[in-house]
Design a binder for this molecule. Structure first.
Ligand code: 5GP
Ligand code: ZN
Length: 136
């Protein structure tokens, strides 16, 4: 993916504020942070989203998220963490190279990683339960 900015950042071709790196991942500070310490886990290989990334790499990304959150909770310190992962334009994905947002939360920070609760209707429940029968 020659034109993918996160491929270039992950490969070290474009400078970034890297807080962690191993053979498979680079973890960088987000340029437009929701809060102080907002970081992104980037796989070094290109996968557009969660549907493309192989399961073993996805598992390791989750373990890495745990490691970094656990460390940074104490190091920053912060009061909580949102672990966010957007897929598709409708979900707010703007860079189409899989990444996980690690967003430190501070009491009263007002960061908007939230939604207005709707209502689970009987119709929606029935429809989704019916479709989920094919889930294996
Ligand atoms: P998305 O909206 O795709 O889930 O998240 C993309 C994130 O990447 C955004 O939070 C944005 O601030 C961040 N971002 C976009 N371009 C760059 C960049 O060149 N460097 C860094 N460090 N972050 C970036
Ligand atoms: Zn890429």
């Amino acid at each position: 993916m020659n034109d993918c900015i996160f491929c270039k950042i992950a490969a070290g071709e474009i400078p970034s504020t890297t807080i962690y790196e191993d053979d498979d991942f680079r973890v960088i500070l987000d340029l437009g942070p929701a809060t102080k310490g907002h970081a992104l886990i980037l796989p070094k290989k290109h996968y557009a989203d969660i549907t493309e990334i192989p399961e073993d790499l996805l598992s390791r990304a989750a373990v890495l998220a745990k490691k970094i959150v656990t460390f940074m909770m104490k190091a920053l310190p912060c009061d909580g963490y949102n672990v966010v992962q957007n897929n598709g334009e409708a979900a707010g994905q703007t860079v189409f190279h899989f990444h996980i947002h690690l967003i430190p939360r501070y009491n009263g920070d007002g960061a908007g990683v939230t939604w207005k609760p709707g209502t689970l209707t009987d119709e929606a429940k029935k429809e989704i339960l019916e479709k989920a029968k094919d889930l294996k």
